[in-house]
Design a protein around this ligand. Structure first.
Ligand SMILES: [Zn+2]
Ligand SMILES: [Zn+2]
Length: 173
């Protein structure tokens, strides 16, 4: 959804939006390497102060990701509270007064703010680099590649004795 900056009233806007994964992918122009398993839902508070547009709120979505240990695909329940600044039509200035650390400054080239940009920018920032299907995921056997969540593979590759410890044991009196 597009918000014309000049249409933001002094009291601000409060929005509940829902955007489909397909619409977000289209907005990203095919550059988005993410699969959404649910529409992206968000509550946004949008306000304007001079040349700055301030957006805060929360975003929720189900995103299909691959577990970094067992490589199985699962739905990651994305949820984030955020606050961002958007600056109107200006290049970044180096000598700028400090802003609260948890805010990111973005720049709006035209006269409209697209909520797809807000959602994508936020999701890209906070997606885990190494997602786990569950905290105690056992991963794959390093020898035969079997999914150890399904049980022991029996290939004999999971010998847990550290060879250095085995050496130490030999020195025991
Ligand atoms: Zn896993
Ligand atoms: Zn194995």
């Amino acid at each position: 959804m597009k918000i014309r900056i000049e249409d933001i009233p002094p009291s601000g806007l409060s929005l509940d939006i829902e955007e489909s994964g397909a619409a977000l992918k289209e907005f990203a122009g095919g550059k988005l390497d993410l699969d959404f398993s649910t529409p992206v839902k968000a509550h946004l508070e949008v306000s304007k102060r001079g040349q700055s547009v301030f957006v805060s709120g929360d975003i929720k979505a189900g995103i299909k990701v691959e577990c970094s240990r067992c490589l199985n695909e699962f739905e990651y329940p994305y949820a984030s509270d955020f606050a961002s600044y958007y600056e109107l039509g200006r290049e970044p200035e180096r000598e700028k007064e400090l802003k609260p650390e948890d805010m990111d400054v973005n720049f709006i080239a035209g006269d409209t703010l697209d909520t797809s940009e807000v959602l994508l920018g936020q999701i890209a920032l906070e997606l885990p680099m190494q997602p786990l299907c569950r905290a105690d995921c056992k991963g794959l056997c390093p020898k035969c590649g079997a999914d150890l969540n399904l049980g022991e593979c029996g290939c004999g590759g999971e010998d847990k004795t550290d060879p250095r410890l085995a050496k130490l044991k030999e020195f025991k009196p």
